[in-house]
Design a protein around this ligand. Structure first.
Ligand SMILES: *Cc1c(COP(=O)(O)O)cnc(C)c1O
Length: 363
């Protein structure tokens, strides 16, 4: 038996008719940038997120970067970020010219720990950027309360959390603005790169529409030195097809997660913890294991794909050597980097597949 970490081919096969029709529609239209498809997708995805505005951009990193730019956050400013995240969260802050200030995770949820945020706030802090990591919503209410006390923006990194809910509300509509990624492996993934900003802030939305398109509201009239980062028509058309089954595919992921949790309770593994406030979308099913190397070898030997999210935290990457963090300085995220393992997870796994994964783990 062979079980891929994520089966993208199966996703294409299930949606082949719709995706092929979307492709033909865009090719026939001969309109490839900023046409009807992106406009329609923006309306549909804003509605899905229960928010007022969506702006399609080139990728998730650009989405976060453009939010910061839109709020005028840059040189000399600080942004509070999780220590435990994919490096894009940090890079967005760096691209804007600001400094990422890491805060350690809650030990049960792996998401930024609200109780540790205030200690990281200085007179230069402009925003908090919580990440809904692995598809689990961060604990937003205390974060929003701190932000309102200090006059900070709250920017959600929702790149792994399309459709997740926090106290009944969709991620992407909880803070001032949110960045989404449509990288193929995400819960809502396209056939290439893509991203979006979702926000209830109309003024920010207007600014980002200009920033993503060379600083123009009107062709060849440049109000500022903007960027070129637009979700293209083909990707928008594919995303419209995939959005129609996002909820169903998220439910399938939950079914797999439940099967894992049920079968592995009582094993030596640390399983994902879901707080009362959370309706996660299981972008990843992440366990901790004292002998991770051994477990991964066993899975590989049995034909089962697994991945580590993430093996090196941003502060210890060569990319961030100028911040001069040393080993042991952010021990919680460093310990996660040593022990976490992501089991196969996706909308095209069967119950037979997840049972086989469990059987190999406990074997
Ligand atoms: C994927 C991801 C991003 C970046 O998205 P891209 O589309 O790859 O640029 C940002 N943050 C997190 C947490 C992600 O997982």
């Amino acid at each position: 038996m062979k079980i891929q970490f994520l089966d993208l081919k199966a996703a294409y096969i299930e949606l082949k008719d719709g995706l092929d029709a979307a492709y033909s529609r865009v090719m026939e239209s001969a309109r490839y940038i900023l046409g009807n498809e992106i406009e329609a997708f923006e309306t549909e995805f804003a509605e899905y997120c229960e928010a007022r505005n969506c702006i399609g951009v080139g990728n998730g990193l650009d989405a976060l970067h453009l939010i910061l730019r839109g709020y005028g956050i840059g040189t000399g400013d600080e942004v509070v970020v999780p220590s435990n995240t994919f490096i894009a969260t940090w890079l967005a802050v760096t691209y804007a010219g600001a400094t990422p200030v890491p805060v350690e995770p809650d030990e049960r949820t792996y998401n930024i720990d609200p109780a540790r945020i205030e200690a990281a706030i200085t007179s230069r802090t402009k925003a908090i950027m919580p990440v809904h990591l692995y598809g689990q919503p961060a604990d937003m209410d205390p974060i929003l309360a701190i932000a309102s006390r200090y006059g900070l923006k709250v920017i959600e990194d929702a790149a792994q959390a399309h459709g997740a809910r926090y106290r009944g509300r969709r991620t992407g509509s909880l803070g001032d603005a949110a960045g989404f990624s449509f990288y193929p492996g995400k819960n809502l993934g396209t056939i290439g790169d893509g991203g979006a900003i979702v926000t209830n802030d109309d003024q920010l939305a207007d600014k980002i529409r200009m920033l993503r398109n060379y600083g123009c509201r009107q062709k060849y009239v440049n109000e500022c030195k903007g960027f070129n980062s637009r979700l293209d028509e083909l990707q928008a058309a594919f995303l419209r097809v995939k959005l129609t089954c996002l909820d169903e595919w998220n439910i399938r992921r939950s079914t797999i997660a439940e099967a894992y949790s049920m079968a592995l309770t009582g094993s030596a593994l640390v399983l994902p913890f879901v707080p009362d406030y959370a309706e996660p979308v299981w972008h990843l099913y992440v366990i901790q294991c004292a002998n991770r190397g051994g477990l991964q070898e066993k899975l590989t030997g049995a034909g089962i794909g697994s991945l580590i999210h993430y093996p090196i935290p941003p502060h210890l990457q060569a990319a961030y050597k100028e911040l001069e963090y040393g080993d042991g300085e952010l021990p919680l995220c460093e310990s996660l980097a040593q022990n976490v393992l992501s089991l196969p997870m996706g909308p095209h796994m069967s119950e037979v597949d997840s049972s086989y994964v469990v059987e190999v783990i406990v074997r």
